[in-house]
Design a binder for this molecule. Structure first.
Ligand code: HBI
Ligand code: FE
Length: 303
């Protein structure tokens, strides 16, 4: 997601500026058309069929505990009745991407800004900016989990500081490779007994039909053990599937991560290298070394 605050198709580009300083708007639930509810239904049914096999238990439990259904785009007020008592978070409606400092200020106060609009029916798998399906279906199940609830709040606080001192590029990689595209190790019952599997907890994956399968099952991407400094040196792409996913041993690892003082790390990051998503380092814990087959096929198709 880029840093442009303009929500091109949903009001702001029409020359409107936000009427509230925090950029929130009313969800305007009554304004959704039958077609828009139908788009939600398509997306919802696809993901609820896939995720019990691919997402971590905490995601699936959060999803099931929320008043979500295929029938209609949910009302934020109804979700908040369950979410707020659980972890103190609430969803607020915004028209699309909001400026970084507005975004971080919401997170630091346990308000999750969600786009109120939904993608158009002919762009089910392509998203320029986060819509209500990504924000609600992708993010809110994990906000039901106390560890993620604390982590994202502290990320909001860290974001405000990173922005002041010019370190947002480095910090944003942490959010990207956890909250948006994170995988986590999980014990599952396999044919030969209990084994480790990699499962989705990142919202960018969980809300994507194609990437939810790709992230866990494709031979193409690397899957590498999460290491904070390594992640903060790694660029990411915003226009296609990730070529590298970072894997937590446990969601509880986010607790320690949330309490870290980033300042000494920013200092260390001033020297040494940055990495591309396709790089694998000798120091990496490699769960799977990707064969890059997807990226090569894309390059061929483009040539
Ligand atoms: N605004 N609504 C919304 N959602 C986001 O995920 C978002 C944003 N503004 C800025 C932003 N993300 C990122 O650029 C920061 O995480 C760095
Ligand atoms: Fe997101």
């Amino acid at each position: 997601m880029n840093e442009q605050p303009a929500a091109t198709k949903h009001g702001l580009a029409a020359g409107l500026s936000p009427t509230r300083a925090d950029w929130t708007i009313d969800q305007g639930w009554k304004n959704y058309t039958p077609q828009e509810h139908a788009t939600w239904k398509t997306l919802f049914e696809r993901q609820t069929a896939l995720l019990p096999q691919l997402a971590c238990r905490e995601f699936v439990e959060g999803m099931r505990a929320l008043p979500l259904s295929a029938e209609a785009i949910p009302e934020f007020a109804a979700l908040n009745e369950v979410l707020k008592p659980r972890t103190g978070w609430q969803i607020v409606a915004v028209p699309g991407l909001v400026p970084d400092e507005v975004f971080f200020d919401h997170l630091a106060n346990r308000r999750f800004p969600s786009g109120n609009f939904i993608r158009s029916a002919d762009q089910l798998d392509y998203l320029q900016e986060p819509d209500v399906f990504h924000d609600v279906f992708g993010h809110v199940p994990m906000l039901m989990h106390p560890v993620m609830a604390d982590f994202i709040q502290l990320y909001g606080e860290a974001g405000l500081r990173a922005q002041r001192i010019g370190k947002l590029t480095e910090l944003a990689r942490v959010y990207w490779y956890t909250v948006e595209f994170g995988l986590v190790k999980e014990k599952v019952q396999g044919e030969a007994g209990v084994e480790d599997a990699l499962r989705i907890y990142g919202a960018g994956i969980a809300s994507s039909f194609t990437e939810s399968v790709f992230s866990v099952q494709s031979p193409s991407p690397h899957r590498i053990g999460f290491d904070l400094e390594r992640v903060m040196r790694t660029n990411y792409r915003i226009d296609d599937f990730q070529e590298c996913y970072f894997v937590l041993d446990s969601l509880d690892d986010l607790l320690a991560l949330a309490r870290i003082d980033f300042d000494p790390i920013y200092e260390r990051l001033k020297s040494g290298s940055n990495y591309a998503p396709e790089d694998v380092l000798a120091s990496d814990t490699v769960f799977q070394r990707g064969d890059g087959s997807y990226v090569r096929a894309q390059a061929l198709a483009a040539a």
